[in-house]
Design a protein around this ligand. Structure first.
Ligand SMILES: [Zn+2]
Length: 196
């Protein structure tokens, strides 16, 4: 479990030189999203992400990564409702989720998130992914989760989340363990994109 590994990060550990390079790559703005269509990206997307330390969260790199992830998920040419740091090449436990369960539907960031309970019923819903170009399908997801995470002030929270927002959390937290929504689809479950 992700929470079990949090303690392994020394408090003084910051982002690695490689991660800093990725975060700063080509200035600011929208980041390149890793795609399963690329063999190297595909391997990275399948790896497990690592815990975030308090020092990382309080660094300039985190602030820039946060801003760039937000711009990337809100890219009008490829808009999403959630994004995980490994999708932009930073293999750390950071996700952004659009809170459809909150007034104004803001994007919020969650550090070292972990789903500690799955409750209620499962329901099918259509899904796609910024890292899986032109593929959509129905995935059965739990409609009620209990999420444990740290907020951007490093405060520990346990929160109940329901409905579509809970589905987004399951999709994004899956990215942190290298799991993609297509793993849940049978060959018949795959849907071709609607031609534009
Ligand atoms: Zn995704």
């Amino acid at each position: 479990m992700i929470a079990a590994t949090v303690g392994l990060v020394a408090c003084g550990e910051g982002f690695t030189a490689y991660e800093r390079d990725v975060i700063h790559a080509s200035g600011d703005g929208i980041m390149r999203v890793l795609s399963i269509a690329d063999p190297t990206d595909s391997l990275l997307l399948r790896k497990e992400s690592l815990p975030v330390s308090e020092q990382m969260l309080r660094s300039e790199e985190y602030a820039l990564l946060r801003e760039r992830m937000l711009q990337t998920v809100q890219n009008p040419e490829a808009e999403g409702v959630g994004i995980a740091a490994p999708q932009v090449g930073v293999r750390r436990n950071i996700i952004a989720v659009q809170r459809f369960d909150k007034e104004g539907e803001p994007f919020e960031f969650f550090i070292n998130p972990e789903i500690i309970e799955l409750l209620g019923e499962k329901a099918d819903g259509g899904e796609g992914c910024l890292s899986v170009p032109e593929l959509y399908g129905n995935v059965s997801r739990w409609q009620h989760i209990v999420l444990r995470y740290r907020d951007e002030q490093w405060v520990d929270h346990t929160e109940h989340i329901e409905g579509f927002t809970a589905v987004i959390f399951q999709h994004e937290v899956d990215h942190l363990s290298g799991r993609l929504f297509i793993d849940y689809l049978s060959a018949e479950g795959l849907e071709e994109p609607i031609a534009e």
